[in-house]
Ligand binder design. Structure first.
Ligand code: ZN
Length: 465
């Protein structure tokens, strides 16, 4: 209390710049030195959670976790368990999930909770909502990681003149694609933020007037924009283009390089704090291993060697002390490169990722053309309803079938959800949107999608543009 948020933001940013400098210095280190740092940070984290998290303190007695902690002795954590035990896992007893939900419901802009915390939820790509909370120091580290990502693409904080950056992301401050740039609007970069849920024509108009030098967006949006440029409606020439949040295909990379002559960078990150980005050699994404530990494992949670495709990731966030994220399951299938990169950084690289399956679906428009509906349009509406546990959007020949798993006692929201989605699609120019809501108790895994159920499913074979 007392201190104005503007001053807090400035302090957070100053701390972030110091952390960014430290991260940059690690890039010249040897692998051995980096691993030594990881061990030290891990020992601090594990000692802290055993002392301060009621959940881990109790576990430490039953599992006999000793100091210094051994990561592999800690249990693997899935999203459901993490949310179920949230109040016991957090290390500040003032943080209670029910209260955080109240904060989420009325959050506007870059507000702090209790003058100290930033609260985020998952972007919905997995359909199952999770809540994340960072204290100011932890948030500064998130900002520092963002600065490092930009620097690896050749954009440095406080550069003169400032390079104009446009990010097209979520429009909600609950998502890091929006919150991070929002919290850094006060200086180091020349940012403009556009919403991925805006109609394409509006994005085209804004981009034409902004003329970004760096353009960052979901690959599905980049695909739509390249098409707009080819068809003569968009006229931009970004020097750097970054894709993240969805797979960036080789085909799209080549189209962007051909049409805009830009350098293209693929970014992979998760709301749990995993960060990675390509260096200028573009041969895989460097993991920020000074901020987190990535265990690539098979379906039985046994580690796989670098160079082998894993079944999932177990991620440990080395700077999240408020809400510990330890051996947290991320169901993306990745393969790490066994060879060091030509750039000399000691950070290992992700060579391939499977299993990120967000899709754009195409619906018939009032003007006869196909209207591209980005998954973000669905997240936007569905995440505004607190009572939805999981969802799946199924594109059927006669319209959309929306499968919902609701929290107990929330059955009455189904018609409201349907109404809001119909309005949304109508506003986007879809011809007579038809949405059928199906209430289900669980979403079954689909082996076709590597064991995890998919958020957006098409039962049609629309030609992709
Ligand atoms: Zn490299």
């Amino acid at each position: 209390m007392g201190k104005p948020n503007k001053l807090r933001r400035l302090e957070d940013l100053v701390r972030a710049i110091a952390s960014y400098r430290a991260l940059t210095s690690h890039e010249g280190w040897s692998r051995a030195r980096l691993e030594k740092l990881q061990r030290r940070l891990l020992a601090d984290l594990l000692a802290w959670v055993i002392q301060r998290s009621p959940f881990y303190r109790e576990l430490s007695t039953t599992l006999r976790l000793h100091e210094p902690g051994v990561l592999q002795d800690f249990p693997i954590m899935d999203k459901e368990t993490h949310m179920e035990h949230f109040d016991q896992i957090v290390t500040d007893p003032r943080l209670r999930l029910s209260r955080l939900h109240e904060h989420i419901a009325q959050l506007s802009g870059d507000d702090y909770y209790l003058g100290e915390y930033r609260v985020l939820t998952t972007a919905g790509t997995s359909g199952h909502k999770a809540v994340f909370v960072y204290n100011r120091k932890e948030w500064s580290m998130q900002q520092a990681a963002s600065m490092r990502i930009a620097a690896m693409m050749g954009v440095f904080p406080f550069s003169i003149p400032r390079l104009k950056i446009v990010t097209i992301g979520s429009s909600s401050p609950l998502h890091d694609s929006h919150r991070l740039p929002l919290s850094m609007l006060i200086g180091p970069y020349h940012y403009h933020m556009l919403s991925a849920t805006a109609p394409v024509a509006e994005l085209v108009q804004r981009l034409d007037s902004l003329q970004p030098r760096l353009l960052r967006a979901f690959p599905s949006i980049l695909g739509l924009l390249v098409t707009e440029q080819v068809q003569g409606r968009l006229h931009i020439g970004p020097r750097i283009v970054a894709g993240g949040g969805e797979p960036l295909t080789e085909e799209l990379r080549q189209r962007i390089q051909t049409v805009w002559q830009s350098s293209v960078f693929d970014i992979y990150g998760t709301q749990e704090g995993l960060r990675s980005v390509e260096c200028r050699f573009g041969e895989g994404m460097h993991l920020f291993e000074d901020l987190g530990i990535v265990e690539v494992v098979d379906e039985h949670n046994k580690p796989v060697a670098d160079g082998t495709l894993g079944h999932k990731i177990l991620f440990t966030n080395l700077f999240s002390f408020t809400l510990p994220i330890i051996r947290y399951e991320i169901s993306d299938m990745v393969m790490l490169d066994p060879e060091p990169c030509r750039c000399g950084r000691p950070l290992r690289r992700i060579r391939s990722i499977d299993g990120r399956n967000d899709d754009v679906i195409y619906l018939k428009g009032r003007d006869g053309r196909q209207v591209a509906i980005h998954p973000a349009h669905f997240w936007d509406v569905l995440e505004s309803f607190g009572g939805i546990r999981q969802y799946q959007v199924v594109h059927e020949p006669d319209g959309i079938r929306l499968r919902l798993v609701l929290e107990q006692g929330n059955v009455n929201i189904a018609s409201g959800v349907r109404k809001r989605l119909v309005e949304k699609l109508d506003a986007l120019g879809v011809y007579a949107p038809s949405i059928r809501v199906e209430l289900v108790t669980t979403l079954e895994a689909r082996s076709k999608y590597m064991g995890k159920w998919k958020n957006i499913v098409s039962n049609l074979d629309w030609p992709k543009q």
